[in-house]
Design a protein around this ligand. Structure first.
Ligand SMILES: [Zn+2]
Length: 440
């Protein structure tokens, strides 16, 4: 969930967190083979809420329901089988009690919980989830992982009547346009690119940035091979002022999505806390996954699983690689494979608990990951001597990853999730598997 820029020395997240206020255990999802047309309309429903608490507690407060446009997700893959993320939600058909939709995600609130501020005060963050609009009355349930055991706990539940006149219609005041259409909406990954800090006069600059982002994405495997099932659209939503806020330098800009550097006081961590505004703008195009392009040359960005990714639109240095690194986080929650020197303890990756990220392991429950890809004569842990030719690199378990020097292992010496190079074979396979699911 902590998805930030590689290489940079950012504050180590050492705070130990635990969650309370759990309601009951976590029921397993029976395989009902949910038929989309039996349960859902062709549209999207959005549930907005506030996620609040401190380092030890989290609470959910209902805000509003909104009926949005065409459902851009799969009509077959309705129960996310990947155990990724720090959060998940379920939609339950009230009449039958069947789970008819489930999706996993992470949030900025979860990251904030690991900051010193969360030790001292409480805060709330606006959040929202989307799902296909149920035809009949339903129940929504929210689950969060216990920060120590990483086991799921049920946190919140609400009954929803679909004929409730308080359900809002959506407003879509901004134009959208296609950047790349690979396939039909139900069988493709539908990405939406959103601008922040571009004024009315800077539309062409944003369109150019969208093209650059798309070219960067398709220059990396396995996205290159999956162009035919990826759609990229953009929404043109201008800001009042040009540029992005840099609070640590006293620079504030009036921008539509309120993106800013110095998120949680980390200079290069560029995010927005206004997630419902992000969803408002994203709803102007059919979408599953959001990426925000900010009008700045300054190095920085972020990406949170099934929440959103963000990168600077500018051309400085490693812009393209940063986009794609952050997209690895926001698309499917790939973990950072880099090491923060001297870092030996992390609340994110507690000892003895297998990380949920597909590309990191503590060798606790390695079985379902890339263990079977390691050749019998490759030792685990795996080491590689400096200067070994890339052609001789082998899939293994290389120590160091998830910001830690010891105890967490990655599958390949280098990776986009480590040093902004190509995705390693482990990540490539995990992304392909995830795309297979989304595009079913
Ligand atoms: Zn990797």
């Amino acid at each position: 969930m902590k998805k930030r820029l590689p290489v940079l020395a950012l504050a180590a997240l050492l705070a130990a967190c635990s969650t309370t206020n759990k309601l009951e255990g976590v029921p397993a999802i029976a395989d009902h083979n949910v038929k989309y047309d039996n349960y859902f309309t062709a549209n999207t429903m959005r549930y907005d809420f506030h996620h609040a608490g401190d380092s030890n507690n989290e609470y959910y407060y209902f805000d509003k329901l909104i009926r949005e446009g065409e459902w851009a997700g799969s009509r077959t893959s309705l129960i996310n089988p990947f155990d990724y993320g720090e959060q998940h939600f379920r939609i339950i058909d009230a009449a039958s009690g069947n789970v008819i939709y489930k999706n996993n995600y992470c949030t900025l609130f979860n990251e904030w919980q690991t900051t010193p501020e969360a030790e001292a005060t409480s805060r709330s963050f606006p959040e929202g989830v989307i799902f296909p609009e149920p035809k009949n009355d339903f129940i929504i349930e929210f689950y969060a992982r216990n920060k120590k055991s990483k086991k799921w706990e049920k946190k919140f539940t609400q009954d929803i009547k679909v004929n409730d006149f308080n359900i809002y219609p959506s407003h879509t005041p901004y134009e959208s346009f296609d950047i790349h259409i690979g396939g039909d909406i139900a069988h493709s990954l539908d990405l939406v690119l959103l601008p922040d800090g571009f004024t009315v006069a800077e539309k062409e600059r944003f369109i150019e940035a969208c093209r650059m982002w798309t070219d960067a994405l398709f220059s990396y495997a396995p996205f290159t091979q999956n162009k035919h099932r990826i759609n990229i659209r953009a929404v043109w939503a201008p800001s009042m002022e040009s540029g992005i806020s840099v609070p640590g330098k006293g620079e504030w800009k009036n921008t539509l999505l309120e993106c800013r550097f110095f998120t949680f006081n980390s200079d290069r961590y560029q995010m927005t806390e206004e997630f419902q505004k992000v969803r408002d703008v994203a709803a102007c195009a059919p979408y599953e996954s959001i990426f925000i392009l900010t009008h700045t040359d300054k190095y920085g960005g972020g990406g949170i699983y099934n929440f959103y990714g963000l990168g600077s639109a500018g051309k400085t240095g490693k812009t393209g690689e940063v986009y794609i690194h952050e997209f690895g986080h926001s698309l499917m929650g790939l973990g950072d494979e880099y090491i923060e020197k001297g870092n030996t303890v992390s609340a994110l990756y507690p000892e003895g608990v297998e990380p949920w990220e597909a590309n990191l392991t503590r060798l606790v429950d390695f079985n379902g990951k890339w263990e079977k890809k390691i050749a019998a004569d490759t030792p685990v842990p795996t080491t590689i001597s400096e200067g070994t030719d890339k052609a001789d690199w082998k899939i293994g378990a290389y120590e160091g990853g998830g910001y830690l020097e010891k105890g967490v292992y990655r599958g390949w010496p280098e990776c986009m999730m480590k040093a902004l190079t190509d995705f390693c074979p482990v990540c490539q396979e995990a992304i392909s598997r995830y795309l297979d699911y989304i595009c079913k």
